[in-house]
Design a protein around this ligand. Structure first.
Ligand code: FRU
Length: 326
Protein backbone atom coordinates (compact mmCIF):
# COMPACT_ATOMS: atom_id res chain seq x y z
CA UNK A 1 0.00 0.00 0.00
CA UNK A 2 1.50 3.43 -0.95
CA UNK A 3 2.36 5.55 2.09
CA UNK A 4 0.14 8.43 0.91
CA UNK A 5 -3.04 6.40 1.20
CA UNK A 6 -2.46 4.91 4.67
CA UNK A 7 -5.45 5.58 6.93
CA UNK A 8 -5.05 7.54 10.19
CA UNK A 9 -5.37 4.32 12.17
CA UNK A 10 -2.61 2.68 10.09
CA UNK A 11 -0.29 5.64 10.75
CA UNK A 12 -0.89 5.23 14.49
CA UNK A 13 -0.10 1.53 14.25
CA UNK A 14 3.06 2.23 12.27
CA UNK A 15 4.11 4.83 14.84
CA UNK A 16 3.54 2.36 17.68
CA UNK A 17 5.60 -0.30 15.90
CA UNK A 18 8.46 2.18 15.34
CA UNK A 19 8.36 3.26 18.97
CA UNK A 20 8.38 -0.33 20.21
CA UNK A 21 11.28 -1.16 17.89
CA UNK A 22 13.26 1.77 19.28
CA UNK A 23 12.52 0.78 22.87
CA UNK A 24 13.33 -2.85 22.11
CA UNK A 25 16.70 -1.91 20.65
CA UNK A 26 17.56 0.03 23.79
CA UNK A 27 17.28 3.32 21.91
CA UNK A 28 15.14 4.99 24.56
CA UNK A 29 18.06 5.13 27.03
CA UNK A 30 15.64 4.68 29.94
CA UNK A 31 15.41 0.93 30.42
CA UNK A 32 15.05 0.17 34.10
CA UNK A 33 16.39 -3.35 34.11
CA UNK A 34 19.99 -4.38 33.36
CA UNK A 35 18.64 -7.68 32.01
CA UNK A 36 19.20 -8.31 28.32
CA UNK A 37 16.20 -7.64 26.05
CA UNK A 38 13.67 -10.47 25.95
CA UNK A 39 14.10 -12.73 22.97
CA UNK A 40 11.94 -11.97 19.97
CA UNK A 41 9.92 -14.33 17.84
CA UNK A 42 8.43 -17.48 19.26
CA UNK A 43 10.71 -17.88 22.34
CA UNK A 44 8.21 -17.87 25.15
CA UNK A 45 9.01 -16.77 28.67
CA UNK A 46 9.30 -19.80 30.96
CA UNK A 47 8.37 -19.45 34.60
CA UNK A 48 10.43 -21.47 37.08
CA UNK A 49 9.16 -21.82 40.63
CA UNK A 50 11.98 -22.22 43.15
CA UNK A 51 11.19 -23.46 46.65
CA UNK A 52 14.07 -22.89 49.08
CA UNK A 53 13.76 -24.65 52.45
CA UNK A 54 15.10 -21.66 54.36
CA UNK A 55 17.08 -18.47 53.93
CA UNK A 56 18.44 -18.35 57.47
CA UNK A 57 21.74 -19.92 56.46
CA UNK A 58 24.39 -18.24 54.26
CA UNK A 59 24.73 -21.36 52.10
CA UNK A 60 21.08 -21.12 50.99
CA UNK A 61 21.32 -17.39 50.36
CA UNK A 62 24.29 -18.26 48.13
CA UNK A 63 22.28 -20.94 46.30
CA UNK A 64 19.55 -18.43 45.46
CA UNK A 65 22.18 -15.87 44.37
CA UNK A 66 23.77 -18.51 42.09
CA UNK A 67 20.38 -19.36 40.58
CA UNK A 68 19.59 -15.68 40.07
CA UNK A 69 22.98 -14.94 38.46
CA UNK A 70 22.73 -17.92 36.09
CA UNK A 71 19.15 -17.14 35.06
CA UNK A 72 20.00 -13.48 34.43
CA UNK A 73 21.91 -14.71 31.35
CA UNK A 74 18.67 -16.10 29.91
CA UNK A 75 15.96 -13.48 29.50
CA UNK A 76 13.42 -16.14 28.56
CA UNK A 77 13.55 -17.45 32.16
CA UNK A 78 11.51 -15.92 34.95
CA UNK A 79 12.37 -17.21 38.43
CA UNK A 80 9.81 -17.02 41.24
CA UNK A 81 11.39 -17.67 44.66
CA UNK A 82 9.61 -18.94 47.76
CA UNK A 83 11.19 -19.33 51.21
CA UNK A 84 9.74 -22.11 53.39
CA UNK A 85 11.43 -20.71 56.52
CA UNK A 86 12.45 -24.23 57.57
CA UNK A 87 8.81 -25.34 57.71
CA UNK A 88 8.08 -28.59 55.89
CA UNK A 89 4.33 -27.93 55.65
CA UNK A 90 5.00 -24.53 54.10
CA UNK A 91 7.31 -26.16 51.59
CA UNK A 92 4.72 -28.78 50.65
CA UNK A 93 2.29 -25.90 50.04
CA UNK A 94 4.88 -24.18 47.81
CA UNK A 95 4.96 -27.14 45.47
CA UNK A 96 1.16 -27.31 45.34
CA UNK A 97 0.94 -23.57 44.69
CA UNK A 98 3.45 -23.80 41.84
CA UNK A 99 1.41 -26.61 40.30
CA UNK A 100 -1.86 -24.62 40.54
CA UNK A 101 -0.11 -21.56 39.09
CA UNK A 102 0.96 -23.72 36.12
CA UNK A 103 4.68 -22.89 36.24
CA UNK A 104 6.81 -24.47 33.50
CA UNK A 105 9.33 -26.09 35.86
CA UNK A 106 9.97 -26.40 39.58
CA UNK A 107 13.30 -26.35 41.40
CA UNK A 108 13.18 -27.50 45.01
CA UNK A 109 15.82 -27.73 47.70
CA UNK A 110 13.75 -29.76 50.16
CA UNK A 111 14.04 -29.55 53.93
CA UNK A 112 13.32 -33.25 54.49
CA UNK A 113 13.07 -36.29 52.27
CA UNK A 114 9.85 -38.13 53.22
CA UNK A 115 7.27 -35.33 53.51
CA UNK A 116 8.29 -33.59 50.26
CA UNK A 117 8.29 -36.76 48.17
CA UNK A 118 4.55 -36.89 47.53
CA UNK A 119 3.92 -33.28 46.41
CA UNK A 120 6.88 -33.48 44.02
CA UNK A 121 5.61 -36.78 42.57
CA UNK A 122 2.21 -35.12 42.05
CA UNK A 123 3.81 -32.17 40.25
CA UNK A 124 5.65 -34.54 37.92
CA UNK A 125 2.42 -36.50 37.34
CA UNK A 126 0.77 -33.17 36.42
CA UNK A 127 3.42 -32.75 33.70
CA UNK A 128 5.69 -30.24 35.46
CA UNK A 129 9.39 -31.18 35.46
CA UNK A 130 11.03 -30.94 38.89
CA UNK A 131 14.75 -30.47 39.60
CA UNK A 132 15.69 -31.53 43.14
CA UNK A 133 18.71 -29.68 44.51
CA UNK A 134 21.08 -30.66 47.34
CA UNK A 135 18.82 -32.76 49.64
CA UNK A 136 17.18 -35.87 48.18
CA UNK A 137 13.62 -37.17 48.19
CA UNK A 138 12.56 -40.81 48.50
CA UNK A 139 12.09 -42.88 45.34
CA UNK A 140 12.56 -41.54 41.82
CA UNK A 141 9.47 -39.48 41.01
CA UNK A 142 11.32 -36.30 40.04
CA UNK A 143 13.03 -35.23 36.83
CA UNK A 144 16.60 -34.79 37.99
CA UNK A 145 18.69 -34.59 41.16
CA UNK A 146 21.73 -32.31 41.47
CA UNK A 147 24.10 -32.44 44.43
CA UNK A 148 27.53 -33.44 45.66
CA UNK A 149 28.20 -36.93 47.00
CA UNK A 150 27.63 -36.53 50.74
CA UNK A 151 28.69 -40.06 51.58
CA UNK A 152 32.01 -39.47 49.83
CA UNK A 153 32.48 -36.14 51.61
CA UNK A 154 31.70 -37.79 54.98
CA UNK A 155 34.17 -40.59 54.23
CA UNK A 156 36.85 -38.09 53.19
CA UNK A 157 36.23 -36.18 56.42
CA UNK A 158 36.63 -39.43 58.38
CA UNK A 159 39.87 -40.25 56.59
CA UNK A 160 41.21 -36.75 57.19
CA UNK A 161 40.39 -37.07 60.90
CA UNK A 162 42.07 -40.48 61.02
CA UNK A 163 45.24 -39.05 59.44
CA UNK A 164 45.25 -35.90 61.52
CA UNK A 165 44.75 -37.66 64.88
CA UNK A 166 47.03 -40.54 63.85
CA UNK A 167 44.17 -43.01 64.27
CA UNK A 168 43.50 -42.26 67.95
CA UNK A 169 41.32 -39.79 69.82
CA UNK A 170 37.98 -38.63 71.21
CA UNK A 171 35.57 -37.16 68.74
CA UNK A 172 32.29 -35.22 68.94
CA UNK A 173 29.94 -35.53 65.96
CA UNK A 174 27.38 -32.75 65.47
CA UNK A 175 24.94 -34.03 62.90
CA UNK A 176 22.76 -32.20 60.39
CA UNK A 177 19.02 -32.81 60.44
CA UNK A 178 18.81 -36.60 60.34
CA UNK A 179 15.54 -36.61 58.40
CA UNK A 180 17.48 -34.99 55.55
CA UNK A 181 19.70 -37.09 53.32
CA UNK A 182 22.94 -35.06 53.60
CA UNK A 183 22.80 -35.59 57.39
CA UNK A 184 22.36 -39.34 56.96
CA UNK A 185 25.11 -39.65 54.33
CA UNK A 186 27.64 -37.37 56.05
CA UNK A 187 27.15 -39.51 59.16
CA UNK A 188 27.43 -42.96 57.57
CA UNK A 189 30.31 -41.88 55.31
CA UNK A 190 32.23 -40.49 58.29
CA UNK A 191 31.76 -43.65 60.31
CA UNK A 192 33.12 -45.67 57.37
CA UNK A 193 36.08 -43.30 57.13
CA UNK A 194 37.11 -43.69 60.79
CA UNK A 195 36.31 -47.41 61.09
CA UNK A 196 38.93 -49.84 62.37
CA UNK A 197 40.94 -47.34 64.43
CA UNK A 198 41.02 -46.16 68.01
CA UNK A 199 38.84 -43.18 67.26
CA UNK A 200 35.97 -42.97 69.68
CA UNK A 201 32.86 -40.89 69.06
CA UNK A 202 32.15 -39.91 72.68
CA UNK A 203 29.22 -37.61 71.96
CA UNK A 204 26.83 -37.21 69.03
CA UNK A 205 23.79 -34.99 68.61
CA UNK A 206 21.46 -33.72 65.88
CA UNK A 207 22.02 -29.96 65.65
CA UNK A 208 19.62 -29.73 62.68
CA UNK A 209 22.17 -27.75 60.60
CA UNK A 210 21.79 -24.80 63.01
CA UNK A 211 24.65 -22.90 64.63
CA UNK A 212 22.80 -22.05 67.88
CA UNK A 213 21.79 -25.72 68.33
CA UNK A 214 25.37 -26.84 67.66
CA UNK A 215 26.65 -24.40 70.27
CA UNK A 216 24.19 -25.73 72.86
CA UNK A 217 25.03 -29.37 72.13
CA UNK A 218 28.74 -28.59 72.36
CA UNK A 219 28.21 -26.96 75.76
CA UNK A 220 26.76 -30.28 76.97
CA UNK A 221 29.67 -32.23 75.46
CA UNK A 222 32.21 -29.91 77.11
CA UNK A 223 30.46 -30.23 80.47
CA UNK A 224 30.53 -34.04 80.28
CA UNK A 225 33.96 -34.73 78.77
CA UNK A 226 37.21 -33.24 80.09
CA UNK A 227 39.06 -34.36 76.96
CA UNK A 228 37.81 -33.78 73.41
CA UNK A 229 40.27 -33.96 70.52
CA UNK A 230 38.09 -33.03 67.58
CA UNK A 231 34.62 -31.91 66.55
CA UNK A 232 33.23 -33.09 63.22
CA UNK A 233 30.18 -31.01 62.34
CA UNK A 234 28.07 -31.74 59.26
CA UNK A 235 28.22 -28.08 58.20
CA UNK A 236 30.35 -24.99 58.85
CA UNK A 237 27.74 -23.13 60.93
CA UNK A 238 27.70 -26.23 63.20
CA UNK A 239 31.50 -26.30 63.47
CA UNK A 240 31.55 -22.56 64.20
CA UNK A 241 28.87 -22.95 66.91
CA UNK A 242 30.99 -25.68 68.53
CA UNK A 243 34.09 -23.47 68.33
CA UNK A 244 32.26 -20.62 70.08
CA UNK A 245 31.15 -22.96 72.89
CA UNK A 246 34.73 -24.25 73.30
CA UNK A 247 36.09 -20.71 73.24
CA UNK A 248 33.65 -19.65 75.98
CA UNK A 249 34.95 -22.59 78.05
CA UNK A 250 38.58 -21.65 77.29
CA UNK A 251 39.16 -24.98 75.48
CA UNK A 252 39.17 -24.04 71.79
CA UNK A 253 42.97 -24.39 71.46
CA UNK A 254 42.98 -28.05 72.52
CA UNK A 255 40.24 -29.11 70.05
CA UNK A 256 40.25 -29.36 66.25
CA UNK A 257 37.15 -28.35 64.30
CA UNK A 258 36.05 -29.77 60.95
CA UNK A 259 33.04 -28.60 58.93
CA UNK A 260 31.42 -28.87 55.50
CA UNK A 261 30.24 -26.23 52.96
CA UNK A 262 33.37 -24.11 52.41
CA UNK A 263 31.68 -20.92 51.30
CA UNK A 264 34.45 -18.39 50.63
CA UNK A 265 32.90 -15.89 53.08
CA UNK A 266 32.21 -18.55 55.74
CA UNK A 267 34.06 -21.89 56.08
CA UNK A 268 37.05 -20.96 53.93
CA UNK A 269 37.41 -17.69 55.85
CA UNK A 270 37.24 -19.64 59.15
CA UNK A 271 40.09 -21.88 57.95
CA UNK A 272 42.17 -18.82 56.98
CA UNK A 273 41.50 -17.35 60.43
CA UNK A 274 42.50 -20.57 62.21
CA UNK A 275 38.97 -21.16 63.59
CA UNK A 276 38.38 -24.36 61.60
CA UNK A 277 41.09 -26.91 60.80
CA UNK A 278 39.32 -28.21 57.70
CA UNK A 279 36.21 -27.70 55.63
CA UNK A 280 34.90 -29.68 52.67
CA UNK A 281 33.21 -27.81 49.84
CA UNK A 282 29.55 -28.48 49.19
CA UNK A 283 28.65 -26.61 46.00
CA UNK A 284 25.15 -25.11 45.81
CA UNK A 285 24.40 -26.42 42.31
CA UNK A 286 22.56 -23.20 41.41
CA UNK A 287 24.35 -22.69 38.09
CA UNK A 288 23.96 -26.34 37.09
CA UNK A 289 20.23 -26.22 37.93
CA UNK A 290 19.65 -23.36 35.47
CA UNK A 291 21.66 -25.14 32.73
CA UNK A 292 19.57 -28.23 33.25
CA UNK A 293 16.29 -26.29 33.41
CA UNK A 294 17.07 -24.79 30.00
CA UNK A 295 17.72 -28.22 28.53
CA UNK A 296 14.50 -29.66 29.99
CA UNK A 297 12.48 -26.68 28.74
CA UNK A 298 13.97 -27.16 25.26
CA UNK A 299 12.73 -30.76 25.38
CA UNK A 300 16.20 -32.30 25.59
CA UNK A 301 16.79 -35.47 27.57
CA UNK A 302 18.82 -34.93 30.72
CA UNK A 303 20.63 -37.21 33.15
CA UNK A 304 18.59 -38.28 36.17
CA UNK A 305 21.53 -37.55 38.45
CA UNK A 306 24.20 -34.81 38.33
CA UNK A 307 26.97 -35.28 40.89
CA UNK A 308 29.00 -32.21 41.81
CA UNK A 309 32.62 -32.33 42.99
CA UNK A 310 34.09 -31.17 46.30
CA UNK A 311 37.36 -29.69 47.61
CA UNK A 312 39.16 -29.91 50.92
CA UNK A 313 40.43 -26.69 52.50
CA UNK A 314 43.03 -26.77 55.31
CA UNK A 315 45.53 -24.20 56.56
CA UNK A 316 48.15 -25.72 54.25
CA UNK A 317 46.16 -25.29 51.03
CA UNK A 318 43.59 -22.55 51.73
CA UNK A 319 45.71 -19.83 50.10
CA UNK A 320 45.94 -21.87 46.90
CA UNK A 321 42.24 -22.72 46.59
CA UNK A 322 42.08 -26.07 48.37
CA UNK A 323 42.47 -29.48 46.84
CA UNK A 324 39.89 -31.58 44.96
CA UNK A 325 38.63 -34.84 46.50
CA UNK A 326 39.53 -37.76 44.31
C1 FRU B 1 22.01 -25.22 54.66
C2 FRU B 1 22.67 -26.50 54.85
C3 FRU B 1 24.13 -26.48 54.48
C4 FRU B 1 24.34 -27.91 54.25
C5 FRU B 1 23.12 -28.24 53.45
C6 FRU B 1 22.77 -29.66 53.46
O1 FRU B 1 20.64 -25.35 54.99
O2 FRU B 1 22.52 -26.86 56.19
O3 FRU B 1 24.92 -25.94 55.48
O4 FRU B 1 25.52 -28.22 53.62
O5 FRU B 1 22.11 -27.49 54.02
O6 FRU B 1 21.55 -29.87 52.85
Amino acid sequence: MPLAILSRRSWCALGAVLLLTLLGSGGSGCRKSPRPAPPSGTDKVHTIGMSQCNLGEPWRVQMNADLRAASAQHPQLKLVFKDAQNDTLKQRAHVEEFVSAGVDLIIISPKEAAPLTEPVAKAVAAGIPVIVLDRRLLGDKYTCFIGADNKKIGRAAGEWVKRTLAGKGKVVELKGLMTSTPGQDRHSGFREGIAGFELEVIFEADMKWLEPDARKEMESALARFPKIDLVYAHNDPGAHGAYLAAQAAGREKEIRFVGIDALPQEGVAYVSQGILDATFQYPTGGTEAIDLALKILRGETVLKEVTLGSRLFTKENVATGGQPLD
